[in-house]
Design a binder for this molecule. Structure first.
Ligand SMILES: [Zn+2]
Length: 213
């Protein structure tokens, strides 16, 4: 019982925090990108009291028919570029992720709910990064090159879709002149650990046309 209460508190807190961040961002966004985001926006609000109160606010996530939210605040589906098969390290390997370009410090939010499984730093790779596992344990969502984690983010934490993960940056092997979120989706076989799994292209999952409601 106490555990359920704690969990609810965490989810509600995360939701409120993420809404706050998005409001702040939209306030500072240019007119064109803000209107794009609004046009594509679908409210992503889990059921619950605290959330009902915010339904009419300006905070919106862009959610694709796949159920994944675009994990960078203020970015719409038309802003995305499919960089999944771009070569890396002279063509020896492919990217297996999507790079979402945005200004340094732009909020990065959870594309899907889950549990923060690993907070990892790799100087020669993803830099400040987070691995979030879906509730059914079959997917890992990977957020890399962060400038910083969201305050209080910790391993084992359950987060809602849209909860703050951190901010866009260029830590690790990213070009400091081109801050972006490196976002990957890996399908996980039973027993696979956070750094394992089979990559799936996030682009169609994020950029798919909005389903009519
Ligand atoms: Zn990348």
């Amino acid at each position: 019982m106490n555990r359920l209460k704690t969990l609810l508190t965490v989810v509600v807190t995360a939701t409120i925090t993420s809404l706050f961040w998005i409001v702040v961002y939209n306030g500072a966004a240019s007119t064109s990108s803000a209107s794009t985001a609004t046009a594509n926006a679908v409210a992503d609000l889990p059921p619950g009291k605290a959330v009902t109160a915010t339904l009419e606010g300006p905070a919106r996530l862009v959610v694709a028919p796949s159920g994944l939210a675009i994990p960078v605040a203020g970015i719409g589906s038309r802003d995305l570029v499919d960089t999944y098969t771009q070569s890396r390290s002279g063509g020896a390997r492919v990217h297996n992720a999507i790079d979402i370009m945005a200004s340094r410090g732009t909020p990065v939010v959870a594309a899907a709910p889950g549990t923060v499984e690993k907070l990892f730093f790799s100087d020669g790779g993803g830099g400040i990064s987070a691995y979030v596992r879906s509730d059914d344990r079959q997917w890992i969502y990977y957020y890399a090159h962060l400038d910083a984690y969201a305050p209080g983010l910790r391993e084992g934490q359950r987060i809602a879709r849209g909860a703050p993960i951190g901010t866009v940056g260029s830590t690790g092997n990213a070009n400091p002149a081109g801050p972006h979120l490196h976002f990957a989706v890996n399908r996980m076989a039973p027993g696979e650990r956070w750094h394992e799994g089979t990559p799936v292209n996030p682009y169609p999952l994020l950029a798919g046309n909005r389903a009519s409601r």
